[in-house]
Design a protein around this ligand. Sequence first.
Ligand code: MN
Ligand code: MN
Ligand code: MN
Length: 288
Amino acid sequence: MIFCFSFTQDEFYMIIDLHCHSHFSDGTLAPAVLIHRAQASGVECLALTDHDTLDGLEQFQRMKDHCPIHLISGIELSVCWKKYVIHILGLNIRADAPNLLALTALQNQHRVRRGQQIGQALEKVGVRLAYQKACDLAGHERVGRLHFAQILIQEGVVHDIKSAFKRFLAEPGPAYVAPVWENLENIVAHIVQAGGQAVIAHPLKYGLTRTKLFELISSFKMAGGSGIEVVSGNMTFQDVNEAAAISQRFDLLASSGSDFHDDQASRVALGQQQQLPIHCVPVWRAWT
Ligand code: MN
Ligand code: MN
Ligand code: MN
């Protein structure tokens, strides 16, 4: 069911968080714990957006009757666009949409294959049973690089996540494996078909030139995309202003989220990201 509610003129002053992760992807907390945390820090509207899975949404939505927060079903899907990997949020989706379930199955095949390849590469540099250990840590087999980084720390190979990426997991490290994902058009179409808004996550984090970013945005809009994340995690004030200007220039709805994973990996707690600039059109306005 699509969640509908209306906002007052105070919508800009709402504490809203439309981007966070549970242990169903690469976060460490259960959806129910995220909700409790959000509630404790005054968040009024929370979307769970795990990477390429809807699995956490059942528990998330089950809490709906027991808490005063507006809960929005979401997902963060990785897409391949040209030679880049872009993250697209699907917000206010139907969590049981059959087309999205099929899409996540496909994405997870890509993810598992990549995890196995990263595991094999880490074995070659001496980390025994790397893939298995990452799966054990995650509690599932859809492991990502953050899990492998944690294994590298656990095994005493590196001291922190940053050096795990720098020395092993990021290009040109020995365990770097190029990702494969579905394409932009396909992903956006599936989100729209599931009743949601497609939103480009953290648009300034991809290292795209402005020309390339604008090219991405026009392909995204052509495919049916409607929003951009103007405020994300630990963006600078200047970046927020730039993203806000982009949202206006391309007539895109503006979203806001912490991208919270867990206390170690995230510098911004749930709902504690910057305020959305007042001239933006909030994505949640489309839900009224
Ligand atoms: Mn993540
Ligand atoms: Mn992301
Ligand atoms: Mn994220």
